[in-house]
Write a protein that binds this ligand. Structure first.
Ligand SMILES: Nc1ncnc2c1ncn2[C@@H]1O[C@H](COP(=O)(O)OP(=O)(O)O)[C@@H](O)[C@H]1O
Ligand SMILES: [Mg+2]
Length: 304
């Protein structure tokens, strides 16, 4: 059952009456991010892009929250604010109630361990000169998670958790010797070996084939359960969001237009833009109407 609430920016906001008891892990309060492009060689003045315009949402502990929107809508920018790769120009980003602008110095290292981001492109996010063992072991060494004699065991366990089995076959391979799906699994193992509390997954399957994407989704769901982590899942695909997420926010041009339980929004969108987004994924619409079910791997969940 949903409750309809007014939203300051006219967005349709639906709050689920379920799951409201767990504490809030991540919160954006009126977060705004403006990028200023540099002056061009010909002297044309720099332009401003408002990537996020007073965006507010909160994610409860243990929840998978989806941020859904077209390319350029501000999804990655929101993810980067949460992991503190960028700072908002105004507004706040809170993790467990702590404003991220206050986290500096020695507190930063602990913060980096607790919050991890999985990037869209596993070809760019892995260092080509490090073997799989070195890649996954690096954060273990930096954060002193295991005694030297336990490191191999820790890496092997992380690799099996992402389905790279037998792990021994992968330890001494380099990124160029792996498929796209295998690389993304290594990137996920590198993030999750730290037992993070919060994971931002930024379109983690958009560079991968459809059948591989569903395997990666299932790994993420399993990891979420094992780690009891909080997830921000960024995607352009409503079907993928419905498959994975408890609640979603639909974002357009830096503004949230609709937010609430994934099922309620996708089955009964209130905002015209959400309806348009659903219509633009025609196979998804047809399938959900015909069978009352969905198959993310059949409807563009994998392309960007
Ligand atoms: N570092 C940057 N410099 C200038 N503009 C940027 C930068 N990062 C993002 N943008 C702009 O901000 C907007 C939102 O980008 P982004 O958050 O990457 O969107 P999405 O992830 O939804 O595709 C886009 O118009 C993009 O061009
Ligand atoms: Mg992006």
């Amino acid at each position: 059952m949903d409750l309809l609430e007014p939203h300051p920016q006219g967005a349709v906001l639906r709050t689920s009456i379920m799951k409201t008891d767990s504490p809030i892990a991540v919160e954006l309060v009126e977060a705004t991010k403006i990028f200023r492009t540099k002056k061009t060689f010909f002297g044309r003045s720099g332009e401003q892009v408002t990537a996020l315009d007073r965006v507010s949402f909160s994610i409860r502990q243990g929840e998978i929250f989806g941020l859904v929107g077209e390319s350029g809508s501000g999804k990655t920018t929101a993810g980067r604010l949460i992991v503190k790769l960028d700072e908002p120009d105004s507004g706040k980003v809170l993790v467990d109630g702590v404003n991220l602008s206050e986290i500096r110095g020695h507190k930063m290292k602990r913060f980096r361990r607790r919050i991890q981001m999985i990037f869209q492109d596993p070809y760019q996010s892995l260092n080509p000169y490090l073997s799989v063992y070195q890649t996954v072991c690096e954060p273990v060494v930096i954060h002193r998670l295991a005694a030297p004699q336990k490191r191999l065991e820790t890496v092997v366990s992380a690799l099996s958790q992402v389905g790279l089995t037998p792990p021994e076959d992968y330890l001494f391979r380099y990124p160029h010797q792996l498929s796209g799906g295998q690389r993304q699994r290594v990137a996920i193992a590198r993030s999750t070996v730290l037992n993070p509390e919060i994971i931002v997954a930024d379109e983690p399957t958009s560079m991968l084939d459809a059948s591989i994407s569903i395997q990666i989704f299932n790994i993420l769901v399993r990891l979420k359960q094992n780690l009891n982590a909080t997830f921000l899942f960024i995607t352009h695909s409503l079907a993928a969001a419905l498959y994975l997420c408890d609640r979603i926010a639909v974002i357009r041009k830096g503004k949230i237009v609709e937010m609430g339980p994934a099922k309620a929004i996708i089955r009964k969108p209130e905002h015209p833009y959400t309806r348009e987004l659903i219509r633009s994924q025609p196979r998804f619409r047809k399938k959900t109407e015909q069978r009352g079910s969905f198959r993310p791997w059949e409807n563009g969940a994998t392309s960007s």
